[in-house]
Design a protein around this ligand. Structure first.
Ligand code: GLN
Length: 534
């Protein structure tokens, strides 16, 4: 029987609820339990796929092609489990499904209401995650802050679940803020008390409090909170500000929250295996080298738009005991006439051009790619980055002046990158985007084969346009190789220039599969080559 942990947030947003939920999941997994994670987002977008990355950060993609909130990336990196379409549920998804059922006549003439129809739909999503994942414990994070109008339907559903399942099958963890008042030099509990009251008013009694605080809270403060919130003192956990989020699970563990949760669930207390995490933190704290990598993109005004890319770079850095300083470069800034690229890239040992949509900023990215190619600077192109690397090569090496993607010039005469639907490949995309895992065969004796050391890989996609096979021979004759192919539909997935020190680009998003203890092969390969540059 699956048990459920619900993580809510109070007082302010941005408390690190996602990290709390991931840390709990990591700890329960480390004690030998199968865990699964899920996030409820109160907004009405059916999924975050259409949301502006500059406002909302990156869209994370699961192996089964679900476009999700970036928190799912934290989850996967923390618990090292692949999540799926049951892991990210928005209000938009819930309401559209209820309305669809109503139109279909599924409610047999009943008046369709928030309670029970919407709440049942949410409840089903919680239980579906438990059933399909066969996890011992599902951890569900509720986006937003308790008291928000938008999240009320979710909170009401949790109340029903707490009542239905009881305290041995549900645990409620409420994350709050303990502010420090400068001047009177005091930590304050009132906002937490009020937020717990808000939750109690909605019928939920939290079992644990995770208090974000600038430093450890004294016993007296916990006693006060315990009294006012009806929560045992030992169930009140500090989440002390830290620069390294991977230290949080260890701090929680030292405060015993994992054991207390298992006790409430009547589950066996197995020993926690956290040695790998301690080793990782030792590595992170003892990096003895540093390099700069330039990331040239169109959403650089919000670094979260490239969260998984920056994490993947860091992971590869850990392997080589090297701190990676990312130089975020707005690609539009490279488009000016007499911009001095040499100066801009003077400290960059490697260049990345990541994914993106739309024409804005692409000619700046092409300039950066050209600079990397001509100056033999280690390069990795991701998705849009691969498409632009092909266009740059077709323009400047094959002299096809008007080579372009039909995304940027629908009428171009030489569409080296073209809409999948215009090409002859047969592939079931299940929508307009190629999303989620696709097979890729790796050609022997290439940069890709050295990086992966495997013949068949699976990587996650999110794009509409593809390399146009009509141009394959021509580009090959000029020195580009196609080292990764999806054989089912004959699609180019990886390109390289073998005469270059490290020039590789892929149609998929390798960043989603990188883990702190297992850097992704393509990031590993880029960082290795970039370190050699030192
Ligand atoms: N805009 C390109 C496409 O749709 C690339 C997408 C991406 O980089 N994720 O094919």
């Amino acid at each position: 029987m699956t048990k459920y942990v619900f993580v809510t947030g109070g007082v302010v947003s941005g408390l690190g609820k996602g990290i709390t939920a991931s840390s709990l999941a990591l700890l329960l997994k480390s004690r030998g339990y199968k865990v699964f994670m899920q996030k409820f987002d109160p907004y009405f977008n059916v999924d975050p796929g259409t949301m502006n990355p500059i406002q909302h950060g990156e869209v994370f993609v699961t192996y089964d092609g679900c476009e999700t909130d970036l928190d799912l990336g934290h989850y996967e990196r923390f618990i090292d489990e692949e999540l799926n379409y049951t892991s990210n549920i928005t209000s938009g998804k819930i309401y559209s499904s209820v309305i669809e059922k109503e139109r279909h006549g599924d409610y047999l003439g009943a008046t369709v209401q928030l309670v029970p129809h919407i709440t049942n739909e949410i409840k089903n999503k919680v239980y579906e995650a438990g059933i399909t994942s066969k996890a011992d414990i599902v951890i569900t994070e509720i986006g937003g802050t308790v008291g928000d109008i938008e999240s009320q339907a979710f909170i009401e559903t949790l109340r029903q679940i707490q009542y239905e399942k009881g305290p041995n099958e549900t645990v409620f963890v409420h994350t709050t803020l303990i502010p420090f008042i400068v001047g009177s030099n005091e930590l304050k509990t009132k906002p937490t008390q009020n937020s717990v009251k808000d939750l109690q008013n909605m019928g939920i009694r939290p079992n644990f409090l995770v208090c974000r605080t600038p430093f450890s809270t004294p016993d007296s403060l916990k006693e006060k909170l315990s009294l006012f919130c009806s929560i045992p003192k030992e169930n009140i956990i500090d989440c002390v500000d830290t620069n390294n989020i991977y230290e949080i699970p260890l701090s929680f563990h030292s405060q015993n929250i994992d054991e207390l949760i298992l006790k409430q669930f009547n589950l066996k207390i197995k020993k926690a295996n956290l040695k790998y995490l301690e080793d990782l933190i030792t590595t992170m704290n003892s990096l003895n080298n540093e390099i700069e990598i330039a990331l040239v993109g169109k959403y650089t005004s919000l670094h979260d738009a490239y969260l998984s890319v920056s994490e993947a770079l860091k992971h590869a850095g850990y392997k080589y005991h090297t701190k990676i300083n990312i130089n975020y470069i707005d690609s539009e800034s490279l488009e000016k006439e007499n911009v001095n690229l040499k100066d801009i890239f003077k400290n960059s040992k490697g260049i990345i051009v990541p994914g993106g949509f739309g024409n804005r900023g692409t000619s700046g990215m092409i300039k950066a790619i050209n600079y990397a190619r001509v100056n033999n600077i280690p390069f990795l192109g991701i998705c849009l980055g691969m498409q632009l690397a092909v266009i740059e090569f077709a323009n400047n090496v094959c002299n096809i002046e008007d080579a372009n993607s039909t995304e940027f010039n629908p009428l171009c005469k030489n569409p080296v990158i073209d809409l999948m639907s215009n090409q002859k490949s047969v592939i079931n995309m299940g929508g307009t985007l190629r999303l989620g895992n696709y097979d890729c065969n790796i050609l022997n004796n290439t940069l890709a084969s050295h990086a992966y050391n495997e013949e068949l890989i699976k990587e996650r996609h999110r794009h509409r346009y593809e390399f146009n096979n009509k141009y394959k021979e021509l580009l090959e004759s000029k020195g580009m190789i196609f080292s990764g192919i999806n054989l089912d539909a004959n699609l180019v997935e990886i390109i390289e220039i073998p005469t270059h020190k490290h020039f590789i680009a892929c149609q998929f998003h390798p960043e989603f599969k990188s883990r702190p203890t297992r850097p992704h092969p393509l990031f590993d390969s880029l960082i290795k080559a970039s370190i050699k540059e030192l």
